[in-house]
Design a protein around this ligand. Structure first.
Ligand code: AMP
Ligand code: MG
Length: 407
């Protein structure tokens, strides 16, 4: 039997140091071409500028009449009807007007348009109820987007409006950063597939599936490496297999002080361990290593610890690998809706429900914060940063919170 160690050989690093050390090893992956019109969720690898003006000709902003402002309030003869999509070649001379629909190109000679509600037309004669100035209700060339204007910056995470913008300016192919390939390995003799039989006392592998889902949500492709028994060679082989196929490797479990916790020694053998403990709750034994330029995160076994560590340490790295201009989640100041008890020795990320009420963002705890209690993450849309302390923080205390869901 192996002796149980009493002290970890790894120095405890502060949260910020850990995050800085990780980022120091991240360089964005290469880029690839993608269909711009379905590129939501991808991150732009180039800045896109408008190849042309939008609109490219002056257009009517409403339904009404195109006319010359200088004709004042005089009655005008209606000479034509212009609908969106027509190219008329029509000339509006003094004393005339044309019916015009929203989005139709303005005819030559007309410098303003008046909405139909402010007019009367009888027997082809138009009278208007107010004076116009040149340019009134006309969409000018380049008013929405000017030719050459940067429209979307490198590092932008593309959303639905961005897809629309790219379509508007006729850009159908774009360079985006390659999605990182993330391999996930579960470890543990007590860990079994969720769908199969399970001896009494065994746990179902929730971590591998939750971590793969989290990696996909962060824009990555995932590779499942299955469950490795608590055996040095088995786990090392699985890790090497993962490094062969992936840019990033995540392991679950096997990083604590037990005699069957093998991940740290394996990572030290095949690569460089940059840190093996973080002064942080939940997830103190979170480990970060690199091997052959690839990133390896040894995440703890307890389901909450593994997902919170993913959120705080892994997700920003996955976003930075995709070249994101803002790899971090947004931070807000939130007020405690009820008192909470901090952890004595370690700063803690507590799962909370953030909500907006009376001009303030309030943070309500999701309940007991035990590391095995995955249900404490259900419905949470934030991680509240709770500095270490001896006394409860009273209701109304302002603390930083990371927005992890929909506020
Ligand atoms: P370990 O860090 O390997 O000692 O794991 C700590 C605890 O986390 C174990 O006793 C299990 O209850 C739990 N655990 C480990 N791996 C998983 C997993 N893949 N899915 C769910 N729970 C796990
Ligand atoms: Mg284990």
């Amino acid at each position: 039997m192996t002796e149980m160690r009493r002290e970890s050989p790894y120095q405890m690093v502060p949260i910020e140091t850990a995050r800085t050390m990780i980022m120091a090893h991240v360089t964005p992956l290469d880029s690839e071409e993608a269909d711009a019109l379905s590129a939501e969720g991808r991150i732009l690898a180039v800045t896109i500028s408008a190849p042309e003006d939008v609109p490219d000709v002056p257009k009517s902003a409403m339904d009404g009449y195109a006319l010359r402002a200088t004709d004042g309030l005089d009655a005008r003869r209606v000479v034509a009807e212009l609908t969106a999509g027509t190219q008329s070649g029509l000339q509006i001379s003094p004393g005339t007007a044309a019916r015009i629909m929203t989005g139709a190109p303005m005819p030559e000679g007309a410098d303003a348009m008046i909405p139909v509600e402010q007019t009367e037309e009888r027997d082809g004669v138009l009278t208007i109820q107010r004076k116009l100035r040149p340019g009134d209700n006309v969409h000018t060339v380049g008013q929405d987007i000017a030719q050459g204007q940067p429209v979307l910056a490198r590092g932008t995470l593309l959303g639905p409006a961005d897809v629309g913008l790219l379509a508007t300016i006729g850009v159908t192919r774009v360079a985006v950063f390659r999605r990182p390939r993330v391999a996930v390995l579960a470890t543990g003799d007590e860990v079994y597939e969720p769908g199969g039989p399970r001896p009494a006392g065994a746990v179902r592998d929730s971590n591998r599936y939750a971590l793969m889902a989290a990696a996909r949500e962060a824009g990555c492709e995932t590779i499942s490496l299955g469950i490795a028994r608590d055996d040095y060679t088995t786990q090392r082989d699985a890790i090497l297999r993962g490094l062969d196929q992936a840019d990033v490797l995540l392991t679950s479990g096997g990083v604590s002080m037990g005699t069957r916790d093998l991940i740290k020694p394996i990572l030290a053998e095949i690569g460089t361990v940059h840190f093996g403990r973080i002064n942080f709750k939940p997830g103190k034994p979170t480990t970060f290593a690199t091997a052959g330029g690839k990133l390896i995160f040894g995440l703890p076994g307890y389901p909450v610890s593994s997902l919170v560590s993913f959120e705080v340490f892994v997700r920003p790295a996955l976003r930075a690998l995709q070249g994101a201009a803002r790899p971090e989640r947004s931070l807000v100041r939130a007020r405690l809706a009820a008192p909470i008890r901090p952890s004595q020795g370690r700063p803690e990320y507590q799962r909370v429900i953030l909500s907006w009420r009376d001009g303030t963002i309030w943070a309500a705890s999701t309940g007991s914060q035990g590391s095995s209690r995955l249900i404490s993450m259900r419905g949470a849309n934030g991680l509240l940063f709770v500095p270490a302390g001896d006394e409860p923080y009273p209701m109304g205390t302002e603390l930083d919170a990371m927005i992890t869901g929909v506020l």
